[in-house]
Design a protein around this ligand. Sequence first.
Ligand SMILES: *[C@@H]1O[C@H](CO)[C@@H](O)[C@H](O)[C@H]1NC(C)=O
Ligand SMILES: *[C@@H]1O[C@H](CO)[C@@H](O)[C@H](O)[C@H]1NC(C)=O
Ligand SMILES: *[C@@H]1O[C@H](CO)[C@@H](O)[C@H](O)[C@H]1NC(C)=O
Ligand SMILES: *[C@@H]1O[C@H](CO)[C@@H](O)[C@H](O)[C@H]1NC(C)=O
Length: 503
Amino acid sequence: MISCLLLCGLMIIAAGDHAMMQVQGLGCNWGTRATHPLPPSIAVRLLKENGFDKVKLFEPDEGALTALGNSGIEVMVGIPNDLLASLAGSVTAAENWVSRNVSSYISKNGADIRYVAVGNEPFLKVYKDTYIKTIYSAMENIQAALIKAGLGRQVKVTIPINADVYQTENDLPSGGDFRSDIRDLMLSIIKFLSDNGGPLTINIYPFLSLYMDPNFPVDYAFFPAAGTSSTVVVDGSISYTNVLDANYDTLIWALEKHGYSSLPVIIGEVGWPTDGDLNANIQYAKRFNQGLLNRLNLGQGTPKRSSSPPDTYLFALIDEDAKSIEPGNFERHWGILYYDGQLKYDLDMGNNRTLQPAKGVKYLPRQWCVMAPQASLDDVNMAESISYACSHADCTSLGYGSSCGSLDARGNASYAFNMYYQANDQKKEACGFSNLSAVTTVDPSQGSCRFEIMIDTSVKNHEKARSPGVTTSSAATQLEETFEIMLHCTMMFWIVMLVTAIS
Ligand SMILES: *[C@@H]1O[C@H](CO)[C@@H](O)[C@H](O)[C@H]1NC(C)=O
Ligand SMILES: *[C@@H]1O[C@H](CO)[C@@H](O)[C@H](O)[C@H]1NC(C)=O
Ligand SMILES: *[C@@H]1O[C@H](CO)[C@@H](O)[C@H](O)[C@H]1NC(C)=O
Ligand SMILES: *[C@@H]1O[C@H](CO)[C@@H](O)[C@H](O)[C@H]1NC(C)=O
């Protein structure tokens, strides 16, 4: 192992001389839970211009899959957890799913679908046992359906799992094993994947390590800057400088212990949010993502699998303002780009290429809804108006330590009113908060706080043809679901926060 580390070090130095090195197998997650989604044709061009040759979708979004046709980008398409029970219970359901959501896009559309991700983090502890009984059969039925459709070689089944399915008793990667409550199931899944040539997909979030543990050593969440050494964990002959490597290798050790040392393991989600928490900011996000990209550019793997980096899908391409914020306010800010594909920060993508913003996006008119100049913070309707706005739109940038966290009380009200107004396509009545609000054409943005203008989703051809099926019923259902969750959780939160702030 020591000699390998030395050798790898030498190889890295050699590779560093070649400015032409390109990130191999760089993927990106493209989520579509947004009130005003970026038009699929623009998103696909964004992926291509930034050198992403793989994309992961959380569901077979029609607009996305249509736009990805003949793009040359490999696609991983996900099956949402709520479909697992029906797919587990019926081979026919699985066949229909594959036929409609995989085969047709490959044959009619030229989409290069390579993976079907069955479920999404089905073993998260918050789901309790909901998916434990169905995940394996769903995977079997989808695999059988793929084979029946003649896609058994081309399209592989995988399961994206959260890193909490494994743990280590001695805090070292070499102590890694699967969580005892699901060990047998994990071993069955792994055997199945191995038998069918599918990879295991793992989501790893150093940000969450920091978020959940205030004592977590900050530097260990990031990759060390070139030329610095910051060993934090020594495991036998291996020195770990960052939690991503240590976490990934914990899984590799667990696989090795059970005889699967060569099972391919994809990193399905990794990234850093830019807003909604003290540790979710542009500086940290840039530091993390640049460190990750540099490593991928060098072709460097983890200590246990050092010969090449795992296929890695950044989370995520763009922000999604309609995602559930149950995990935290940061959940809507994971994009390396804003919701509209505009730059948050520079990134060196490798191959002499810097991160490029989206082009050709059409926006609603340049106007905002703000608190009316003559309105008073003491108005009896004020608190209720704000909480109503925030329970129907995205106010996650208003919290402590967030990009709009230092607005004054009037600024808070304006921000809330504007988000509601924009989320509702700038409809006149969406700026009618009991005469407390007014439309302005003067940009109210202050410092780090951006008062956004939404994408004009009524424009049917942002640059060229945009598929007609963009606003699918499933997207609408998602929004309803999300707003329901928001109404239940966010409403209480914002009422408490804003009413106290204002009174
Ligand atoms: C295609 O996928 C969507 C989303 O997963 C699902 O709702 C739909 O039922 C699927 N179609 C078929 C025919 O199974
Ligand atoms: C990278 O870009 C710089 C500045 O534009 C240029 O001088 C250099 O030749 C480029 N290198 C390669 C390998 O293309
Ligand atoms: C603005 O809103 C945020 C979030 O609720 C709150 O923390 C802050 O105290 C408010 N500021 C003022 C001046 O009311
Ligand atoms: C808003 O102002 C208009 C004109 O001043 C007035 O007629 C109306 O009653 C007011 N509405 C509310 C809800 O206060």
